[in-house]
Design a protein around this ligand. Sequence first.
Ligand code: MN
Length: 293
Amino acid sequence: MRSTTRTIKRVLQVRRGVPPHWVGDGFHVRTLLSYDEAPAAVSPFLLLDHAAPRHFAPASHPRGVGEHPHRGFETVTIAYQGEVEHRDSTGATGRIGAGDVQWMTAGAGVVHEEHHGAEFTRTGGTFEMVQLWVNLPARMKMTPPRYRAIRASEIPTVALPGDAGQARVIAGSLLGTDGPAPTFSPVGVQDLRLRAGRALDLDLLEGHTAIVLVLRGRVRLNGTDELASDELAVLAQQGDALRLDVLEDTSALLLTGEPLGEPVVGYGPFVMNTADEIRQAFADYQAGRLARR
Ligand code: MN
């Protein structure tokens, strides 16, 4: 039973009209979230890129982005359509397809490459994915790197109240169902499919970050702000409730998490807590000390 003392998480910021850019030659993305503006408001999240559905013709070589390093956070790739292939300096390789998620902990450091899958490259087709960067707590930034491919079949689906649709629980907990992703701090990643004409009231945690991305469709948040395709809202950490009025059939991503409350200093592919640690990351990368084998 909902109590009358619940407080709506206010919409702080809506990101819309963001122009797309290419990452390598395979990922045509809009950066809808970036930590450089207000890192505390979006913590523990750092960055979100959405590659909206785009057709790729058959090709002889996989499109994508070649070797580059990361340190200090996790990269989470959610494949909606098409295939993403990964290879990194720990020796991990993997290919994810529609509905699958790649959860890579860069930690102390990896060098990796990300491309379209071989089969997708051969046949061509529609490609859509989200890549999310999740920060690591300071004490875990130098944790050994690891790679995990989470198959669609491992991701539980829960029915949303009010016949509002369903959610795939990738990380964290929603309505008593836990997601399979191994996280280092409280993080929720929920893939929502919402039905036009329904309303969804969600209880969220007071003090936690909440972010809503609409991939396709249209919703109204808290009776005020409308969010359409490729638009993202950052909600206030204060408050413990969210209301979504579903104006069209909608595919959305709900991100929640406990703010880390630590300094964020990033440069390019490295996100640490101090400028010295960034300098060290560059030195370690240039000396070939990021998980080589
Ligand atoms: Mn990368």
